[in-house]
Design a binder for this molecule. Structure first.
Ligand code: ARG
Length: 455
């Protein structure tokens, strides 16, 4: 085929391999065939090429497809190699396929065509994760667990409230990816090298055939821009960062015995027979690091590129393709891990009160009885300082008498204080919108379910 396609004036030098993207272009092999077909159909329907030639080219493209990407040779990228193969089959008329286009609009169209599908797969995985978080949350609206800030026991919450915190974040990740999808799904085809073409092309027809929402307006922008890669990759990276937080929590909770990952999502040690390690979650956590690296690589490549096409762009899209695969896989693994994990209710309930986690609730109780919150905070802080763990009602009263000069019971009943000290009661009392009380969580669950079915 190298003999047939004679335009490679600069094809034989030692840098040929360095310049070639043919191997990496396997990712866009099918996309290029689709783009070729749409372009050829458009050319024939506009009478730019004869319909018999178009038919021969289309048949040749089927042969090229059947032979597969690995059968290609003789081109510095998949676009040239497919064209060379078509010319091999059809003869010189095969070269009419490249009328009124350039590899610049062609490759940009191929990347968008393929990335569209990949982003939809990543979205599927994110939706499955949301479903798994929702289902598990629905089963645990009453399962009290410790909540942390600074990784220190802070206030009791529930497993449902915790899981929904991630479901809400993944829902926003999905919204960002869907926004990016809208801007991926526009057609640069027909922009040619950057400066349009004198042929009477029908860009809308080609765009329609390829399922794009619209054609891009400015041919220089259309062929040169990769901002859609930056946008998609940053949405994916943000999603990876969300996943890394969930993964980190599950690693830490397994360490504390607050969650047990199923064997399917654990690994063992080659030397320590007793080990059950949360390796899947550690790997999910690490994907965010790779994503940040890929995003940085992409933005650094794009920064300062002049208009219009520059060959630097050949190294741009791999960053998005690698990340979309990794992040989709990480979301799918997280979904499976969440769906199959066990939340040990007794251990969680026991840990929920650790570190005087109900202190804020006691201060809230005193403030509700009319003490300034700051004064209530001072009383409870002093009680925390004087006791190991959670102080009893008598200790709280003794401290109040010292700090306020009057008994705690001039403000609240002993029963109310007992209730405030109980993690389950503490959770039930925090029924503000979005709070952990079961009724408040039910409301979030129902919003989340509605949004998931809309998405
Ligand atoms: N393979 C190239 C890329 O991925 C497209 C070829 C455009 N080449 C050119 N010399 N104008 O960006």
């Amino acid at each position: 085929s190298e003999g047939v396609i004679r335009r490679n004036r600069f094809s034989g030098g030692p840098a040929r391999g360095f310049m070639s993207s043919l191997a990496a272009d396997e990712r866009i092999f099918e996309a290029d065939l689709a783009v070729d077909r749409a372009h050829v159909v458009m050319l024939a329907s506009q009478d730019i090429i004869e319909s018999e030639v178009a038919s021969e080219i289309l048949a040749a493209l089927d042969e090229v497809e059947a032979a597969g990407h690995d059968a290609l040779s003789g081109g510095e990228d998949v676009h040239e190699a497919i064209e060379a193969a078509v010319i091999d089959i059809v003869g010189p008329d095969g070269g009419k396929m490249h009328t009124a286009r350039s590899r610049n609009d062609e490759v940009a169209t191929c990347i968008r065509y393929r990335l569209r599908e990949d982003v939809l797969s990543a979205l599927d995985a994110a939706l499955a994760l949301r479903e798994s978080l929702l289902e598990t949350a629905a089963a645990h609206t009453e399962t009290v667990m410790p909540g942390y800030t600074h990784l220190q026991p802070a206030q009791p919450t529930t497993v449902a409230h915790f899981l929904l915190s991630y479901e809400r974040a993944v829902a926003r990740d999905c919204a960002r990816l869907m926004c990016a999808y809208e801007r991926i799904n526009q057609s640069p085809l027909g922009s040619a090298a950057f400066a349009g073409t004198p042929f009477d092309v029908n860009r809308e027809l080609a765009a329609d055939l390829l399922g794009f929402d619209r054609v891009m307006e400015n041919s220089m922008d259309a062929s040169a821009t990769r901002d859609f890669l930056a946008e998609t990759l940053s949405a994916l990276t943000t999603h990876a960062v969300t996943l890394s937080g969930l993964a980190a929590d599950l690693v830490i909770f397994s360490n504390k015995g607050l969650v047990e990952l199923s064997d399917d999502y654990s690994s063992t040690s080659s030397i320590m027979p007793q080990k059950k390690n949360p390796d899947t979650m550690e790997l999910v956590r690490a994907v965010a690091g790779d994503a940040v690296g890929e995003l940085t690589g992409l933005l650094t490549t794009l920064k300062g590129l002049p208009r219009a096409y520059n060959r630097d762009l050949q190294r741009a899209h791999k960053h998005a393709f690698r990340t979309v695969d990794d992040v989709g896989e990480a979301a799918a693994v997280a979904a499976g891990a969440v769906a199959s994990a066990t939340w040990p209710e007794d251990e969680l309930a026991a840990a929920a009160g650790d570190g005087f986690s109900t202190a804020t609730g006691v201060a809230d109780l005193l403030a509700m009885a009319g003490l300034p919150f700051r004064t209530a905070h001072e009383v409870v802080a002093e009680a925390a300082a004087r006791s190991e763990g959670t102080p009893d009602v008598a200790t709280l009263d003794a401290v109040a008498t010292d700090v306020l000069g009057e008994s705690l019971f001039t403000h609240v009943t002993a029963e109310a204080v007992e209730a405030a000290l109980d993690p389950t009661e503490s959770v039930a009392s925090r029924d503000s919108v979005g709070g952990p009380a079961p009724a408040a969580v039910e409301a979030t669950l129902s919003t989340a379910r509605d949004e998931l079915s809309d998405d």
